[in-house]
Design a protein around this ligand. Sequence first.
Ligand code: MG
Length: 453
Amino acid sequence: MMREHLFGTNGIRGIINESIDCTFCLDIAKAYGSLKKGKIAIGRDSRISGMMLKDSFIAGLLSTGCKVIDADIVPTPALQYYVKNDPSVKGGVMITASHNPPEYNGIKIIAEDGTEASREEEKRIEEIYFDKKYNNVLWRDTGFYSSIDIIDQYIEGVDKILDLDLIQDKDLKIVLDAANGPGSISSSKFLRNLGIQYVGINTNIDGTFPGRDPEPIDKNLVVIQNIIRHGGFNLGVAHDGDADRSIFFDEVGRFIDGDIILSIIAKYLLETRGNGTIVTTVATSSSLRDVVDGHGGRLIETPVGSIHVARTMMDVGAIFGGEGNGGLIFADHQYCRDGLAGLGKIIEIMINRNKSLGELVDEIPKYYLLKDKVSVKNIDDRRNIIKRIQKIYSEDERARILNDGIKINYGDKNWILIRESGTEPILRIYTESKDEKKAKDLLNHGKELILID
Ligand code: MG
């Protein structure tokens, strides 16, 4: 049998009963259980197929003698926080497809320290899976199952990194859009505990996602913007399907780019602490570099992907990191994206600085960051096109060759990034400039680079 990779950039994802089903889940669980031989925590997002995949996974773990502790519907960062903080737990698994449409689901493995599993751990699971070398234990050694509610301890964990006295009972009005996912439970409770008024939309658990697509991008978030525009609100926040990301709206309902949110939080943390290292990816706006440089901090750029940001943060002792897609990582809390921690911190900044989100946005240097994609015929074409462009620029010192693409700096903070998608037959182009027309010209130039042959 060909040994293909089962795990992609975000664990294992697929369409239910087409590319991912109960039998597969059971076997992956047996492989994972054979590797870990200890107590494993499991959770899921709100998808309809979540129960069947979770139960298959639990059965597989129990058959290899693992104890299973079941947190059921929780945000991914809540499960990660629990795995990190219970020393008896040796690992975790989250049944989630994050922002994908409802017909998808997936498996995300969590390491003992609560971070996303390393590629090495995933490889070992794949090896056991392909060899079918499962640790099928004697009847009396099969595992023990119990369930647990971890939401309160997760919220307490987020509270620990916030100035609670400052933000308690403040006169703020928030609109929360939880994508009918687990953020419906945790983010609602967090705001209620704080005594902050909020209006919840899509805050009932529903795996058909009747309110909106779970990907938190501008075009899917029309309702929350309209509600804020009717007036009387200070802030809007929208989560993705497993609540590890947060996207924000200001007091007039403007969608705020995730890149700007990174800058606002980095600025605040550097101002309050005096210094520190911030980690982001090569695809993030130069506004973050301006802010970090201007406040005596250090900025490190990694390849695109939250795992790269998280691992680099751990290696260099960074205080904060994240990506422009709403993934925010606070080192004081845990080395993984946390949508609720992001919400709490934005509230704290607004109250501490006594400014609206719109005013905080206006303090950040303005750039035009454009994003587009070009479809290619098949998956292999991505690699070939990237290789060809890398070759053109191999002697050019403005170019930075990346594992998955190339970034060309034209000076004066004008740049192009071209990279291959981790999962689809497309190439992604990002360009940025202080001048809107220049950014557009660079975008066209990027497309030309991809399409010329
Ligand atoms: Mg997610």
